[in-house]
Design a protein. Structure first.
Length: 465
């Protein structure tokens, strides 16, 4: 028997949906059409707010549509199957659809701004969960606002900054900001200089030189304290390594009179930016310990994790490798609590590197294996590359050079050219292949790999030459 083609199935499905649609009372039909604008599902509260309905009436209409199988309900969230949603969307005029998207985006902005006030305190997990459930709706709102209301889009991007960075969603932040800045160009909207700066910082976090230069210009012109606490942190983290220490210090000094406890903790954390003098560096541990205590006092897990990370780096740089690994373990527990697979993958790679230096090969290998799982789940190519290179190093340290070469070649093969850190990952993979060849007694091959990695041949001559 010949099976019906997809077009036939689609036509039959549309007839079934159309029949069910026509059976709806007029008011339910109107509500169902407007629900097409909620791409990530909706709660009774959000439907009531966006459609300007009393909540009991919104809940009653949603339950009626659920009983008719036009919606599904799970964990207090109503969702419309995509086939029905596509049909429902066709029932709206272009003007109606735009009005609905504008209302929905405005509602989401209020939610984002409300959540941002709580993301740096003890209730951050609750508010982060609310934003995570709205992820699809937020993507759609930013996309729509980027084309139709750039001021709203800029406020959404700025308001989500803490949430994105807290959960290691830097790629998501950079993508949203890059699309918005492409539309805005170099023109900074009136009254939104700091919001524009945050968008630039998201794009510059990938190390793009043009973003770094642009952010520096904006900061130098924005001679005032920051309104968004996270700007203090991102300014130092993203641009600190690339601008003169005096400029970093000047920008931090502008915010010293803040009365916000989180901002004051961030200032202490940022006081350890690259370029400190020897005398300043001597007190960096004390600053970091104080920052950690203040972040813990306000109940911010993310800030505590950042301070633990910085303390771990300081411990490693002074040769206290065991202590550094212990601190990374504490930061890893927080990353798990926040549900940040990207941050967890990077932390696991760092701890793996430390364990290799301590000659703890098996625990290091286990860290890299877990990191690869987390990186794949988060869709983070640079963390996946770091984990694969780490697995190759573990095999080399363990004496299995054949396995090490196989893993290093696999890491090299998984370095696509369409992501920002690809060049660095490829260099590290090639350098590891050189180390494997040298360990195997193949100096000419090691020399060739080093040349491919761009390492100076006079610095890495094969033995006997």
């Amino acid at each position: 028997m010949e099976l019906p083609c997809d077009d036939e199935r689609h036509g039959r499905l549309r007839k079934v949906i159309a029949w069910s649609w026509n059976q709806l009372p007029p008011v339910e039909r109107v509500i169902a059409a407007r629900l097409a604008g909620f791409s990530g599902g909706a709660t009774a509260e959000s439907v009531a707010a966006v459609l300007d309905l009393p909540r009991p009436i919104a809940a009653r209409l949603l339950d009626a549509l659920t009983e008719r199988s036009l919606l599904t309900l799970s964990s207090g969230r109503y969702r419309m199957p995509e086939t029905i949603r596509a049909y429902a969307g066709e029932q709206l005029t272009s003007a109606e659809a735009d009005d609905l998207r504008a209302r929905h985006a405005a509602y989401l902005l209020k939610l984002v701004q409300q959540a941002d006030q709580h993301l740096r305190g003890p209730d951050q997990l609750h508010w982060a969960t609310l934003l995570r459930r709205e992820s699809d709706n937020l993507h759609a709102a930013i996309s729509w606002a980027t084309d139709h209301d750039q001021r709203l889009a800029l406020n959404l991007v700025a308001g989500l900054s803490t949430y994105w960075w807290m959960h290691g969603l830097r790629g998501e932040a950079a993508s949203a900001a890059r699309g918005l800045l492409a539309v805005l160009g170099p023109v900074v909207p009136d009254g939104l200089a700091e919001e524009y700066l945050l968008a630039v910082l998201h794009t510059a976090s990938s190390g793009r030189a043009e973003g770094i230069a642009e952010a520096r210009v904006i900061v130098e012109e924005l001679d005032e304290t920051f309104r968004h606490p996270v700007t203090v942190l991102l300014w130092s983290v993203v641009l600190g390594p690339f601008v003169p220490p005096e400029l970093v210090s000047e920008v931090l000094d502008r915010n010293e009179l803040s009365t916000d406890p989180w901002t004051l903790a961030a200032l202490q954390l940022c006081a350890t930016y690259p370029g400190l003098t020897e005398a300043q560096a001597a007190g960096s541990d004390a600053n970091l310990q104080s920052a950690l205590a203040q972040f813990q006092l306000v109940g911010d897990r993310w800030g505590s994790s950042l301070a633990l990370n910085a303390l771990a780096e300081a411990a490693a740089s002074s040769g206290r490798l065991e202590r550094s690994a212990e601190l990374i373990g504490q930061a890893l527990s927080i990353a798990d609590e926040l549900g940040s697979d990207e941050e967890a993958a990077l932390l696991l790679c760092r701890r793996g590197d430390l364990r290799l230096r301590l000659r703890k090969v098996h625990p290091a290998s286990e860290d890299y294996r877990q990191a690869l799982v987390r990186a794949k789940r988060a869709g983070v190519p640079y963390a996946s590359a770091a984990a694969r290179i780490g697995l190759a190093k573990s095999a080399r340290y363990g004496g299995d050079l054949a396995k090490a070469q196989e893993l290093a070649l696999l890491a090299l093969a998984h370095c696509p050219e369409d992501w920002d850190e690809a060049e660095l990952a490829m260099t590290e993979a090639l350098a590891e292949l050189a180390a494997i060849a040298a360990a195997a007694g193949r100096p000419d091959e090691a020399h060739a790999w080093r040349l491919k990695a761009g390492l100076a041949p006079e610095q890495y001559r094969p033995a006997g030459r």
